[in-house]
Design a protein around this ligand. Structure first.
Ligand code: ARG
Length: 286
């Protein structure tokens, strides 16, 4: 039995269908002020040194690949004293040109919410809503087709889910995370196509696992090994899937399904508990 790291499921061949890349508009933030100076998740060890130059090189490679693939990437100015601002996914949730601002759980990151919101407003996204409840943007809100999957358990307040549903007018499905290593939804689940996801079942409560099975019976399931290297912190354009290169099991699972996985090394950013998706906010225009 080859060690693919992917849990075998029947009928894999039927799921291999033609894939098409759709170019996206993305927002990123340079890690020029990135560091690990506090700890708000189990990956962050302030005593462990971060190589700022290497972080920048790794991040620039991700940006370069997005552009080579034909995506439009805007870059927001980073701010000194906000070492986690590189994780643009947390800055907001943007669907149909409407922006739900991010309100962070930890004081260390609260200033990021208004900064992302003002960049968005200045760049044409004027239909914005400042949230009443804590939510960490696309860290916990992932759009699959016309449904939002919404994480809770560590960061986003479950009351934010109803707020997002009312604001976007889209169905919001709440999912509870239970493993502190996978504190944001985008560390445990990735959207691959309009009706397709991959996820790590053990990161979710039993009820949420059942919901995921119900909605996505054919999902690609990650092993602990692939989840632990942040293999689910991935970005898909419908064909290319950018993910941490060490998630080898997921890479072969994706290839079997007709996707083109592209391995990325964001080792320095992983020291803060982030990778590909965390660095990427999708700007969905109306
Ligand atoms: N250090 C950051 C935090 O704990 C990492 C955020 C990663 N972002 C993400 N979308 N998962 O908040």
């Amino acid at each position: 039995m080859p060690e693919t790291g992917v849990i075998a499921q029947p009928g894999t061949a039927e799921r291999r269908r033609p894939r098409t890349a759709v170019s996206r508009r993305l927002l990123m933030c340079s890690p020029s002020h990135f560091d690990v100076t506090y700890s708000i998740n189990p990956w962050m060890e302030p005593a462990k040194p971060v190589d700022g130059t290497l972080a920048l090189t790794q991040w620039e490679r991700l940006l370069g690949i997005y552009r080579e693939l034909g995506h439009t990437v805007d870059v927001v100015q980073p701010m000194g004293g906000l070492p986690d601002m590189v994780f643009a996914a947390n800055g907001a949730t943007v669907v149909d040109g409407r922006v739900l601002g991010a309100r962070f759980r930890h004081e260390e990151r609260t200033a990021e919410g208004p900064l992302y919101l003002s960049w968005l407003r200045a760049n044409g996204f004027t239909d914005t809503h400042w949230p009443e409840y804590i939510n960490e943007g696309e860290g916990d809100y992932l759009l699959v087709g016309r449904r939002l999957l919404a994480g809770t358990g560590f960061r986003t307040d479950p009351r934010s889910h109803a707020e997002a549903q009312e604001f976007f007018g889209l169905p919001v499905t709440g999912l509870t995370l239970v493993d502190p290593r996978f504190y944001h939804l985008d560390t445990a689940l990735a959207v691959l196509a309009d009706d397709e996801i991959m996820y790590y079942p053990e990161a979710f409560s039993p009820g949420s696992r059942a919901v995921l099975r119900e909605l996505f019976p054919d999902a690609l399931l990650a092993t602990a090994r692939d989840a632990e290297v942040f293999g689910l912190n991935a970005f898909s354009d419908g064909l290319h899937v950018l993910l941490p290169e060490s998630a080898t099991g997921l890479m072969s699972g994706l290839r079997e399904r007709g996707f083109e996985p592209i391995g990325i090394d964001l080792g320095e950013l992983l020291k803060a508990g982030g990778s590909v998706k965390c660095c990427t906010l999708e700007l969905r225009e109306g």
